[in-house]
Design a protein around this ligand. Structure first.
Ligand code: PEP
Ligand code: MG
Length: 837
C-alpha cells in the first residue's frame, strides 16, 4: 500500500485554525513544527490516522503517535494544561498500542479543563517535519473524522532511515529581498528557478516547510520581505540549485511595483462618513457615472457525495487543461503586445493552475466521491483561507487570483461559459472582480468598477489601470445592497462612490467626461495629419501590426504606415509553414490595407521564446542567445528564401520595406542583400525593396555606422535591445519592473545608432514598446529618431505628443539624460523636462 500520502482526519469537532493563530508562542511560532489547531466542542480526542502510540504524557494531556509513513504527530490538548496534573483527563490508550484511524485516545472533562487552563485549543504538531509536508484540507469548522490535513512524504524522510538518494543535500540560509515577501509572483519566480534543476527543493520558515514546486505551499509559509528562510535542495545538482535559489531570494525588485508613476489617492477613513457616499480605495483613477449592475455569482449544484472518482478526475483535468490553454493564449497576446504587467499576472495564474498543493487537495476530495466542481471549489477555498489568515495584505489579495481561477475552472466544469450581458456605460459592482471577468467587461464598454473587497495592489487593479477603467475597491458590503439600475457617480480618483447623486452632480460628471472625450476625439481627428514638432521636424508615426486586419485598424487610426509587421505570427500555431502563395497573399493584404503608405515587413523572427513545432531545430541551452531571428534564416536557408520570394512578389514593391531581425554583424546584412538580388533576378524582378536592419543587439548599435553603409534604414527594437543590454530576460516576470528601455545605457546606444545612421544619410525608427510611451517621445526625437512605430490605438496620442514638442529643446535636454545613472532618474527627468497631461 502506498502510505506516503495520508489524509489526516479531524481529531476533535470544532473550528479549525492555523497554528499561527494559537495564543501560545511555542506553537504559533512553529518552533515545535508545522501543524493545525482545533477549538474543541466535544470531549474526546480521536486518532487522526492509524499508527502506534509512542508516548502518553504523565499528566495525560498529550499523546504522540507514529503514523504508518513514519511521521510523528503530537496531539496536545489545551494550552498550559500540564498544570492540571492529569485532573480531568482519562487516557484510553497506552504507549506501544497499535491504533486505528478514528480510535478514541483521550477523554476529558470539558468544563474542568476549560476552567483550569488557559484555553481548550488543541494542536496537532508534526514533530519530525523533515521529509514530510502538511497541507490543510479545510479551514472551517469540522466534525470528528472529517478530512483535515494532507500529510505527504517529500521523498527524503529520515524516519525510514533511507539514504538521501543518489545526489547530495545542500542547505543554506538567506534573507528574502523580494519585494513584499513570497507572494504569488515571487513564488512563481522561485519555482521557475527551481525547475531548471533536477534536485527537489524545499523552503523552511518558522518551523514549517513547503516544497518549492507548490506556489500555494510557498505562499502559505507567510514569508515576508527581510525574513530569513532556509533552503534545502536534494539531488544530483543540489549545489547549483541551492545557489540559484538563494540568489533569486536575495535579489530585490523581482516583484514589479504594481503602481503607476503617480501615487493613488487613498480613501477617507471609514469613520469620517459623508452622507450619500461610500468610501473606498482607489485601484484605478478616473471619474464615471452610470447605472449600477451587479456581477452575477456562480452557483454550484448540490453535491450528493456519490460521484465516480475516475469520471470526476477526468472532468477536472479537462477543465484545468482548457483554462490553462486560455491563460496561455492571453499570455502570448500580452507578450506580443509588450504588456509586461499582464504577462506577469497570467504567468502566475498558469503556475497556480499547475500547483501540486492545490491539485492534490482537489484530487483527494474527488477520491472521497466529492464531485469535481465541489472538490475544486473546496480546495481553492481552503487555500484562500490560508492566504487570508496570514495577516499579510499582499498575500490576502492573491486569494483573489485563486478565486478567479476557481471561477474559470467552474465555468468550464458547469458548462457555463457564457458571459453575463452588461450594457455599455454601466458601473459594475461585485464582491470582487477577477482578472478573467475584466476582458468581457472591457469589451462590453462598462464605465467603471466597484468592489466590496479587493485591494489596490490586486492583479485586477493593475489591469484596470492598464485599460484606463476607474475602479474602487474595499467599498464594503453596502455596495452590494444598492439597487440595480440606480445611477451612481464613481469618483475613483478621490475614493468616493456617490450613491445618491443629485441631477446636477450627474450632469457635471457627464460634462467633465465629455471634455476629456473631446480632447481624445481631437487627437483622433488630427491623427491622419502629419506629426510635426513646433519647430517643424516631421516625425513619421506608424503602427506595429501582425496581420491585414490590424493593418486596416491602424490605417483607420491615422498611422502613417506600418513600422513593423511581425511575420512570425503567420507561422505560429499551425502544423506546417505557410507556403509562398499564402505568405504573398498575407503580405499583399497588409499593403492593400494601408492606402499609399509604406509597410515594413520583418522576416521571420522565431527561436528564442517563439517555437515552431514543425521546424527541426535542436533544443537550445539558452534559446534567447541561440538560433533566432536572422540566424535561423542562415540555418534554414530554404525557409528564408521562400519568404524573400513572397516579399519580392508583392506590388507595388516600392511600398514594401524588408527588415532583418537580430542582426549582429555587417556580413549578415551583406549576405541577405546578395541573396535578395539573386532571387529577384531569378524571378525577373527589376525593382528592389528597401532593406533595413533591426538594432536590437548591442553589437548592432555599436556597429550602426558600418551597418548604415549597407542598409537603407535602421529600426531599433527596444524590447530586445533592453534584454541584451541589461542582461535581463524579457519574459522574466520578476524582472519586469527593471527591464526599462529608458535606462541611460540604452539611450546611449540609441544615440550612437542615430549618429552612425546620420553619417550615411539613413533614417532611424523605433519599433519596440518604448515608441508607444508618450513619456519617451521627446527623448527619442531628441536623440535623432525620425520614425516611431506604435500600438495602433496610440497613433493619435503619440502624434499629439509630437506636436507639443520642440525638437531642438528635445535634442539639448536629451544629452543631459545620457549622463544619468538609472532608468528611474531618466523617467523623473523626463517628467520634469517635458510635463504631459
Ligand atoms: C523589439 O525587440 O523591440 C521588437 C520590436 O521585436 P520583438 O518584440 O518582436 O522581438
Ligand atoms: Mg525583437
Amino acid at each position: 500500500m502506498n502510505n506516503n500520502n495520508l489524509a489526516l482526519k479531524a481529531f476533535l469537532s470544532g473550528p479549525v485554525m492555523p497554528l499561527s493563530r494559537v495564543p501560545d508562542p511555542v506553537f504559533s511560532s512553529g518552533a515545535m513544527g508545522d501543524g493545525i489547531a482545533i477549538d474543541p466542542l466535544n470531549d474526546c480526542l480521536y486518532a487522526p490516522c492509524a499508527g502506534v502510540v509512542m508516548h502518553v504524557a504523565r499528566t495525560r494531556h498529550a499523546v504522540t503517535l507514529k503514523a504508518d509513513n513514519g511521521a510523528e504527530l503530537l496531539l496536545h490538548l489545551g494550552l498550559d494544561t500540564v498544570e492540571l496534573q492529569g485532573e480531568g483527563f482519562d487516557a484510553l490508550v497506552q504507549e506501544g498500542t497499535r491504533i486505528t484511524e478514528g480510535q478514541p485516545l483521550l477523554r476529558f472533562d470539558l468544563d474542568k479543563v476549560a476552567r483550569g487552563s488557559k484555553s481548550l485549543i488543541t494542536v496537532l504538531i508534526l514533530t519530525n517535519g523533515e521529509g514530510f509536508q502538511l497541507r490543510p484540507l479545510t479551514t472551517t469548522c469540522v466534525d470528528v473524522g472529517a478530512p483535515l490535513l494532507q500529510l505527504s512524504r517529500t521523498g527524503s524522510a529520515p524516519a525510514t532511515a533511507e539514504p538521501a538518494g543518489s545526489g547530495g543535500e545542500s542547505r543554506g540560509h538567506v534573507r528574502v529581498a523580494l519585494h513584499g515577501g513570497l507572494h504569488a509572483r515571487p513564488a512563481a519566480l522561485l519555482r521557475k528557478s527551481a525547475q531548471a534543476f533536477s534536485s527537489r527543493a524545499e523552503l523552511r520558515f518558522a518551523g514549517r516547510s513547503a516544497s518549492v514546486d507548490s506556489l500555494v505551499g510557498i505562499m502559505g509559509l507567510g514569508v515576508g520581505e527581510q525574513d530569513e528562510v532556509e533552503v534545502i535542495c536534494r539531488g544530483a545538482d543540489s549545489e547549483a540549485a541551492l545557489h540559484a535559489l538563494l540568489e533569486t531570494l536575495a535579489t530585490a525588485g523581482a516583484e514589479p511595483t504594481p503602481q503607476p508613476v503617480t501615487p493613488l489617492p487613498v480613501a477617507a477613513p471609514r469613520g469620517a462618513e459623508e452622507p450619500g457616499v461610500l468610501a473606498g480605495v482607489c485601484a484605478s483613477p478616473g471619474l464615471a457615472s452610470g447605472p449600477l449592475v451587479r456581477l452575477g455569482a456562480l452557483h454550484l449544484p448540490d453535491d450528493r457525495g456519490d460521484s465516480q472518482p475516475d469520471e470526476q478526475h477526468r472532468a477536472l483535468d479537462q477543465a484545468l487543461e482548457r483554462v490553462r490553454g486560455d491563460v496561455r493564449a492571453t499570455l502570448q497576446q500580452a507578450a506580443r503586445q509588450g504588456h509586461a504587467d499582464e504577462e506577469a499576472i497570467f504567468t502566475a495564474h498558469l503556475a497556480l493552475l499547475e500547483d501540486p498543493g492545490l491539485l492534490d487537495a482537489a484530487d483527494l476530495l474527488i477520491d472521497q466521491r466529492v464531485s469535481a466542481a465541489h472538490a475544486w471549489h473546496r480546495a481553492v477555498q481552503t487555500h484562500c483561507g490560508i492566504l487570508q489568515s496570514l495577516g499579510n495584505p499582499l498575500l490576502a489579495e492573491r486569494a483573489n487570483d485563486l478565486r478567479d481561477l476557481e471561477k474559470r475552472v467552474l465555468r468550464v466544469l458547469l458548462g457555463n461559459d457564457g458571459e453575463q450581458a452588461i450594457a455599455a456605460g454601466s458601473l459594475v459592482a461585485a464582491q470582487e472582480i477577477t482578472p478573467s471577468d475584466l476582458g468581457p467587461l472591457v469589451r462590453a464598454g462598462v464605465a467603471g468598477l466597484c468592489m466590496a473587497e479587493g485591494g489596490a495592489t490586486s492583479h485586477v487593479a493593475i489591469l484596470a489601470r492598464a485599460k484606463g477603467l476607474p475602479c474602487l475597491v474595499a467599498l464594503g458590503p453596502q455596495v452590494l445592497e444598492l439597487d440595480e439600475g440606480r445611477v451612481l457617480v464613481l469618483d475613483a480618483s478621490n475614493g468616493r462612490l456617490e450613491y445618491a447623486p443629485s441631477a446636477e452632480r450627474i450632469a457635471q460628471v457627464a460634462m467633465q467626461r465629455e471634455q476629456r472625450e473631446q480632447a481624445r476625439q481631437q487627437q483622433r481627428a488630427r491623427a491622419r495629419q502629419a506629426a510635426v514638432t513646433r519647430d517643424g521636424r516631421h516625425i513619421e508615426v506608424g503602427a506595429n501590426v501582425a496581420n491585414p486586419e490590424e493593418a486596416a485598424e491602424a490605417f483607420a487610426a491615422g498611422a502613417d504606415g506600418v513600422g513593423l509587421l511581425r511575420t512570425e505570427f503567420l507561422f505560429l500555431d499551425r502544423q506546417q509553414a505557410p507556403n509562398e502563395e499564402e505568405q504573398q497573399h498575407a503580405y499583399q493584404g497588409v499593403l492593400d490595407a494601408m492606402g499609399e503608405s509604406r509597410v515594413i515587413i520583418r522576416t521571420i523572427d522565431v527561436g528564442g521564446d517563439k517555437h515552431l513545432a514543425y521546424l527541426p531545430l535542436p533544443a537550445e541551452e539558452n534559446p534567447a542567445l541561440g538560433l533566432r531571428g536572422i540566424r535561423l534564416g542562415q540555418a534554414l536557408p530554404q525557409l528564408l528564401d521562400q519568404q524573400l520570394r513572397a516579399l519580392l512578389r508583392v506590388a507595388p514593391i516600392r511600398r514594401c520595406r524588408v527588415l532583418l531581425p537580430m542582426v549582429s554583424e555587417v556580413d549578415e546584412l551583406i549576405a541577405i542583400r546578395q541573396r535578395l538580388d539573386q532571387l529577384a533576378h531569378e524571378l525577373g524582378i527589376e525593382e528592389r525593396p528597401e532593406l533595413g536592419v533591426m538594432i536590437e543587439v548591442p553589437s548592432a548599435a555599436l556597429l550602426a555606422d558600418q551597418l548604415a553603409e549597407h542598409a537603407d534604414f535602421l529600426s531599433i527594437g527596444t524590447n530586445d535591445l533592453s534584454q541584451y543590454t541589461l542582461a535581463m530576460d524579457r519574459c522574466h516576470a520578476g524582472l519586469a519592473a527593471r527591464i526599462d528601455a529608458l535606462h541611460p545605457a540604452l539611450l546611449r546606444l540609441i544615440a550612437q545608432t542615430c549618429a552612425g545612421a546620420a553619417r550615411h544619410g539613413r533614417w532611424v525608427g523605433v519599433c519596440g514598446a518604448l515608441a508607444s510611451e508618450a513619456l519617451a517621445t521627446p527623448v527619442l526625437i531628441g536623440l535623432g529618431v525620425q520614425e516611431l512605430s506604435v500600438s495602433p490605438g496610440l497613433v493619435g496620442e503619440i502624434k499629439a505628443r509630437v506636436r507639443e514638442l520642440n525638437a531642438e529643446d528635445c535634442r539639448q535636454r536629451s544629452q543631459e539624460l545620457l549622463a544619468l545613472g538609472s532608468a528611474r532618474a531618466v523617467r523623473d527627468a523626463c517628467a520634469r523636462f517635458w510635463p504631459h497631461a
